[in-house]
Design a protein around this ligand. Structure first.
Ligand code: SF4
Ligand code: ZN
Length: 269
């Protein structure tokens, strides 16, 4: 099945979105989110895009340049969240301070901030869904990592759509590329000649994920699909233990599983 049909099937099967909704696509400058924006636009969904400028030097500047080009070509309204302006600090500050204190790698810290920013901004722009570029390889990696860490339960809240029916402040996140191989996305973007930044972020620090990725790269596509199939079977069982209970962070007011959200917890240093 080609990538367009695969994405359309995923949208329909999991009811990721409909044409009345506004979808905010989280663009990173990379190939995956660019393809999500391209396909949702091609399928005539109502989309806007957001780029979170973490202000990590030349890499952020290049990503922003490509994101602007992409949105110009596809005629998508782009919102830029400038971390320096909004939080008075760049992500590097948090890597140094928070990373040291909580023993977290750069990517884990980025992840916490990005999720917090996306949810808040999506509400500000009255978006019904947030779309991200996670692909089959990313999802298989995360699932395996959770198993290796002995916490498959962490995958209970994953899948092509992540929502919390009981909380309207939580904007559901959708992953239209959930069943698409990274390799196919690469071929597709080159074929469509869409603007994107080649190469990885120079600050990527998640050696464990890199190890798991290398292991996955040694497997066949069939094996990777089987991992995802296992995830689906387990997920049905895990649905029972899924923790949907949300409260609001008593510092920032965002939805959180604890009385202080992860982002505010990290900032309390
Ligand atoms: Fe942050 Fe890691 Fe992404 Fe670089 S690769 S921007 S460090 S999450
Ligand atoms: Zn908070």
């Amino acid at each position: 099945m080609n990538i367009e049909s695969k994405v359309m099937n995923t949208i329909k099967k999991y009811k990721l979105c409909n044409k009345k909704e506004k979808i905010l696509v989280a663009l990173s400058g990379g190939k995956d989110s660019a393809v999500v924006a391209y396909l949702l636009k091609k399928f005539s969904y109502n989309i806007e895009a957001i780029y979170i400028d973490l202000r990590i030097g030349r890499y952020s500047e290049n990503c922003l340049k490509e994101v602007k080009k992409l949105c110009g070509e596809l005629q998508i309204k782009l919102h830029v969240y400038d971390m320096k302006k909004e939080m008075n600090r760049t992500i590097k500050h948090f890597w140094k301070t928070v990373g040291k204190k909580h023993r977290l790698n750069n990517c884990a810290i980025c992840g916490v901030f990005k999720k917090w920013i996306l949810n808040k901004e999506a509400r500000k722009f009255k978006a019904d869904k947030i779309a991200t570029g996670h692909n089959l390889d990313d999802e298989a990696q995360t699932f395996l990592m959770n198993i290796f860490k002995g916490s498959p339960k962490l995958s209970a809240n994953s899948g092509p759509i992540i929502k919390n029916v009981s909380d309207r402040k939580f904007i559901p996140r959708i992953k239209p590329l959930f069943y698409v191989f990274e390799e196919d996305i690469r071929k597709y973007i080159l074929e469509k000649k869409l603007p994107f930044v080649e190469g990885k972020c120079p600050y990527v620090r998640d050696s464990y994920r890199v190890e798991v990725r290398e292991f996955l790269n040694s497997l066949s596509g069939k094996d990777k699909e089987n991992i995802i199939r296992n995830f689906e079977q387990l997920q049905n069982k895990m649905a029972k233990i899924k923790d949907d209970k949300m409260q609001y962070c008593r510092i920032c007011g965002e939805p959180s599983r604890k009385n202080i959200c992860k982002k505010c917890e990290l900032m309390r240093i």
